[in-house]
Design a binder for this molecule. Sequence first.
Ligand code: ATP
Ligand code: ATP
Ligand code: MG
Ligand code: MG
Lengths: 464, 464
Amino acid sequence: SQIFEHISPADFFYRNRDIAGFSNPSRAIYSAIRELVENSLDAAESIGVPPDIFIRLTRIKESGRGVSVYELRVQDNGTGVPSQHIPSAFGQVLFGSKYRLKQSRGTFGLGGTMAILYGQITTHHPAHIISSTGDSRIYEYRLSIDIRRNRPIILQRKSLDNDHKWRGTIVEFRLEGDYFRAMPKVLEYLKQTAVVNPYANITFIDPRGRLYMFTRATTSMPPPPKETKPHPYGVDVEMMQRLIQSTDARDMLTFMVETFHRVGKSIAKNFLKFAGISPKRDPKKLRPDEVVHLVQKMKTFDEFLPPDASCLSPLGEELLKAGIIKEYQPEFIAAIQRKPSTYSGHPFIVEAAIAYGGNIPRKGDIVLFRFANRIPLLYDEASDVSWKIIKSINWRRYKATPDMPIAIAVHVCSTKIPYKTVGKEFIADRPEVSREILFAIRYVARKLQKFLTRVEYKQKELRR
Amino acid sequence: SQIFEHISPADFFYRNRDIAGFSNPSRAIYSAIRELVENSLDAAESIGVPPDIFIRLTRIKESGRGVSVYELRVQDNGTGVPSQHIPSAFGQVLFGSKYRLKQSRGTFGLGGTMAILYGQITTHHPAHIISSTGDSRIYEYRLSIDIRRNRPIILQRKSLDNDHKWRGTIVEFRLEGDYFRAMPKVLEYLKQTAVVNPYANITFIDPRGRLYMFTRATTSMPPPPKETKPHPYGVDVEMMQRLIQSTDARDMLTFMVETFHRVGKSIAKNFLKFAGISPKRDPKKLRPDEVVHLVQKMKTFDEFLPPDASCLSPLGEELLKAGIIKEYQPEFIAAIQRKPSTYSGHPFIVEAAIAYGGNIPRKGDIVLFRFANRIPLLYDEASDVSWKIIKSINWRRYKATPDMPIAIAVHVCSTKIPYKTVGKEFIADRPEVSREILFAIRYVARKLQKFLTRVEYKQKELRR
Ligand SMILES: Nc1ncnc2c1ncn2[C@@H]1O[C@H](COP(=O)(O)OP(=O)(O)OP(=O)(O)O)[C@@H](O)[C@H]1O
Ligand SMILES: Nc1ncnc2c1ncn2[C@@H]1O[C@H](COP(=O)(O)OP(=O)(O)OP(=O)(O)O)[C@@H](O)[C@H]1O
Ligand SMILES: [Mg+2]
Ligand SMILES: [Mg+2]
């Protein structure tokens, strides 16, 4: 007969590690490296410091059939983790500092912990964390994860003098994997990461002792993303109830102005009139059906201002083109940064670039580069919303044919990227986001069309 | 400065509902229907009863832009849910009866709850559950979900007389969606579900009042899947520690025999000798490094017997061919059921069929049907391991060209399907599983090759 049980989130991701991007030994190496590098980039950027990241992957011993036990060590000059939070940050799933409404690479609260968990189940070796927030102490932990209870087990804890006021984090742990199969993707990831984060220094020493240095091209950092308020468009009933629960506002007018992004008094007044709710009502006294009504009206009121781009950190057209130019020296390149838009309360910006010719390979299909919050997405291209949009476009309208050497780059930045997978492989088909990607690609496709028309014209001229 | 928080699993899937298959209004309708239908199929099969499933989707009101509020009602004649578990079964994420080592459609403990959660955040309407296990009472609940605490809120609970000894479950809730966009996929899902579960009656009334009846072709049920012990090959350190923790065995020989699938005394003796561990040792007294050593030796010991097929419930070659035959009347069809294999302790069986000609469309690509534990997988084909394998095969070797009308069906059954996504869209690239799929497809491809060779020969004969 049936046995009903509940399991912890760590147990869920342990049992379903394919879902977190740890399906096989080569994928595990890729996922572990990218999760730690993304944590380090977030950590340095959050204090406006150009990131210095050192990655070392050492082979400890062979396990057979291409698989070995490796030790991965990633060091950064970021914020560091406060001592009391180190065990949970690395030993508990669904714990972190990125649950705010702010653009960052991390979003789920489980990437770093998942990598350590995978290391633990394949090698049983505890994780070694050293960190300081730049104060007078450096903290050193050896941890393992109690997977069934989703909590860290502190095996050792030391506190050391921090005479040099070092600030940063070192994460070191062992895992079983297949680096040599993962290598092309790992190197491609680091290379593309360096391109869209040109202010970062990334150093990688691979198991054969080879040194890869991606030296920063600039020390100037883009304006950092800022925490923002939810945009009223697309807020759902649950979000609305939480906002009502946590507000100090005593009336609906103040609630609308204080709670939402770019809602001033006059817009708030007009909206409340449109929704038929008195501005004097106490938000906490709205009935459930009134809350539903308010949420539905928020979707159809068209006077809300679009989101302000300043809370986000897009690449900018120059940086988006830079990677393609460096790689392919195309004959033609065009880029666009769309105005900010919003889905489910989250502001986002789509940027796209298209390039033709040069050394772009002719592979019978457009070469697509995808980025989200400055992270390169290298897997499952065919499931990504950008790919589907490219496939849905009739390229002949733009004088482009499948045998032409064409490359497209798409970057989406947002307070929350709608990833379809926990492994952050590709972006889901959210209507507002796919619409923006479609418009961005059509815009640059029209620029390509003008170029191809001029080329065609010149060729005709030459033949005469 | 940084704010560290933890979130509940319900909050995680609320914030990341794209991950659970609820990205957009049409996808939400599809996901809600399939999650409830799969629960109903599991519930009836678990007591060996031919499933009778009634699905009704009613439009309540329009919300604008193609999106409406619908009411979804799914009724079955399955086991029913014991009264004390109804709130958690439907109102708590990561709770369920399918965490055992047994083949079933459900595996994560969140599908039904996720559908209800999505309904709640889009309509704020509580869920209505009626269920009885066939005893003297029927229980009726109205529930909502406390998302931040991942627990059910019981709004109403009634207990009614069950004079007719009814047994089953009715789940009724409202959600916002776009049925007309979802319709082709919903109907395809129900049709393919009926094909691979020919003993099930499925009735669907759509929002326009149209009745779709998929009447059972037989009342004979396949032998039900059985709960089994983990297979020793591919067990990891965490699993090993849990098995050691929960065993009653006082010595390693008894532990090996009682814990693992198809390990008898002589195999256990040989393995322990191979691993250099005395059969008399107390499992609970093994040192951590000895546990790691044992796990590694389990991967390389080649005398373990392959899994027994009897714990699994494959379709069988006839049933796998039946759907293709009915749909396309092909000129040629061949199928294979591979012997059981195992990954990470989970036994699995791969079945494949290939068909040529008849009404199979020539779409420049092979038509692929994918199934896992008798569930049709209709999304993200290009990310699925079966698709990748088909793409990696050099079909010219088998005399097949891309313009030929070829269809392939692949079914994987296992105590755990390695889904890549929580929405169960496609299967991850697990080495042991992809190997089996590759061999199965090659086998039927060789049969196709023989057929195409005969066809080619006959055509040459005719020309003379
Ligand atoms: N190198 C680091 N420097 C500073 N803080 C870190 C570092 N690595 C992890 N953290 C902290 O630990 C938390 C948990 O990290 P983890 O990677 O598990 O989740 P996340 O980054 O929040 O989200 P995601 O799962 O999307 O990566 C982070 O939110 C951050 O606060
Ligand atoms: N129609 C039903 N009849 C009987 N039991 C049911 C029914 N629907 C749900 N349940 C019970 O509720 C539990 C939770 O269902 P839910 O769909 O959330 O998770 P699951 O089916 O276990 O896994 P998955 O997330 O993969 O679907 C099930 O394990 C089952 O015990
Ligand atoms: Mg992270
Ligand atoms: Mg289910």
